[in-house]
Design a protein around this ligand. Structure first.
Ligand code: NDP
Length: 446
């Protein structure tokens, strides 16, 4: 068949082209290969080199960031902004500060962001950025100097209706404040050039909670679709950052029993389940930049040094830390121990092979593109509020977020139904592809 031949050639081509960008190759090859059934029925999408155009970012900006540490030593980092696809709207996506950041990781994140944003009713294109700067153990002034130095270059490439960055790993409200402040000064313009801002200067209610809460709304919808209730279910969460802590909080509020949290040093297991009081303690410890180990010691809980949570029996797994944190071995453990659902809070936390294992074992699997779209959805709502000089209250934003997650779930069901089963990955990828593809086709070749 034409589509099979086309896809085979295309996948072979990108395998060679991006052999030095493993994460980018992983996300793009998984995405395009999941579209094969749709493309067999809709060969018109194979025209005009559409897939070849989709995989190439519109623009990549790479630059050096020089800053001075507290000892007066000059430090140099590399930063990037990937402006991947603006066919639906201005580029939109977070900024990551982590020593592991490189071009491959940012390109995979930006590519995913294009299709995640396409699932949301607010018109936004996709991008991502970041630096190999490590904010850990840096003073507030060092972080500020780094952010300001980075924006002396990046400010000329972003802005309202152009590219609107937000937070990600290592970038929270504090860093956004530093980046927004200097950008506003350099542009002499106070329009919405960042989301995830503090409530004191144009941030949206519920932005902090949005990704974690949205993930749990999506999980609840997936479970409901399969006649399962979230109440009483045992849930394992990885990470202890913005996404993880809010996912844990929402699971508790919905009556589930969350037994784990983690950081890059290890995992804490609370067999009795966290409660809201314990989570507030954990938030406090994290705010002081302390490690999960300190929390485990304080509450005399089990601490698994250098281990992730996936070997501990659970019913639901919510990976909320980073990419490729559930590999084949972890999937094997989870399946053996009877996991019924996995939903991605982080971006691409489950490897391609592990996803296949879950689907073959009838584990309900929610891909990040859909399941963690709540964060960028509320970022979109932040842009809308800033543009109209209004502030919706918390309930209004939460209702809108719930509605967006509901519609994303409906799209996944519509495009992912295969017989009696739902493949949420195929559903999310197909629904998001159609919108981006149609927008590109309607705007001509440029
Ligand atoms: P944070 O920086 O707030 O937290 C990240 C957490 O993950 C920390 O607990 C961190 O531990 C842990 N972590 C990071 N890298 C590793 C690693 N290599 N191995 C083990 N643990 C690690 O980030 P967020 O919570 O904002 O983001 C988490 C994930 O969710 C990312 O994949 C991000 O792209 C995705 N995401 C975030 C959104 C948002 O709104 N913030 C929106 C959609 C997706 P440690 O402190 O030890 O580094």
């Amino acid at each position: 068949m034409k589509a099979d031949r086309y896809m085979k050639n295309f996948l072979n081509k990108i395998k060679i082209l991006y052999s030095d960008q493993p994460e980018f190759l992983q996300s793009t090859s998984s995405f395009f290969s999941s579209l094969i059934q749709f493309l067999r029925r809709n060969e018109s999408y194979l025209k005009y080199s559409l897939l070849e155009r989709m995989i190439e970012p519109e623009r990549i900006i790479q630059f050096r960031v020089c800053w001075i540490n507290d000892k007066g030593i000059v430090k140099v980092n590399t930063a990037w902004r990937i402006q991947f696809n603006s066919s639906i709207g201005p580029f939109k996506g977070g900024v990551r500060f982590h020593p592991s950041v490189n071009l491959s990781i940012l390109k995979f994140l930006a590519f995913n962001q294009v299709f995640k944003n396409s699932l949301i009713s607010i018109p936004m294109g996709g991008g991502k950025g970041g630096s190999n700067f490590n904010p850990k153990n840096k003073s507030e002034l060092e972080i500020m100097r780094f952010c300001q130095s980075m924006m002396t270059e990046l400010h000329r490439h972003i802005g309202h209706n152009i590219d609107i960055p937000a937070g990600d790993i290592g970038v929270g409200e504090k860093e956004i404040g530093f980046m927004y402040g200097i950008t506003k000064k350099l542009l002499n313009n106070a329009s919405c050039c960042f989301t995830g801002k503090s409530l004191n200067y144009g941030g949206s209610f519920f932005r902090k909670e949005a990704t974690g809460y949205g993930l749990v709304y999506f999980l609840e919808l997936m479970l409901k679709q399969h006649g399962i209730k979230i109440e009483g279910k045992k849930v394992s969460v990885s990470g202890s950052g913005n996404v993880a802590l809010h996912a844990i909080e929402k699971c508790i509020l919905m009556g589930a029993k969350v037994i784990s949290a983690s950081d890059s040093d290890g995992t804490v297991i609370d067999s009795a389940g966290f409660n809201l009081e314990k989570i507030n303690q954990l938030k406090k410890i994290k705010k002081e930049n302390k490690r999960i180990k300190i929390y485990a010691e304080k509450f005399k809980l089990i601490y698994l040094k250098n281990q992730n949570p996936w070997s501990v029996p659970t019913e639901i797994a919510l990976p909320c830390a980073t990419q490729n944190e559930i590999r084949e071995r972890d999937a094997y453990e989870l399946i053996k121990n009877g996991v019924i659902a996995v939903a991605e809070g982080a971006n691409m936390p489950v490897t391609k092979k592990a996803i296949r294992m879950f689907i073959e074992s009838n584990v309900i699997f929610g891909p990040g593109k859909a399941a963690n779209a709540g964060g960028v959805a509320v970022s979109g709502l932040e842009i809308s509020q800033n543009s109209s000089y209004i502030n919706w209250d918390k309930n209004e934003v939460e209702d809108k977020l719930k509605d967006i997650m509901y519609k994303i779930h409906q799209s996944c069901v519509k495009y992912g139904k295969i017989g009696k089963k739902i493949n949420y990955t195929i559903g999310a990828n197909t629904a998001s592809f159609i919108k981006v593809a149609n927008a590109m086709l309607e705007q001509g070749i440029y």
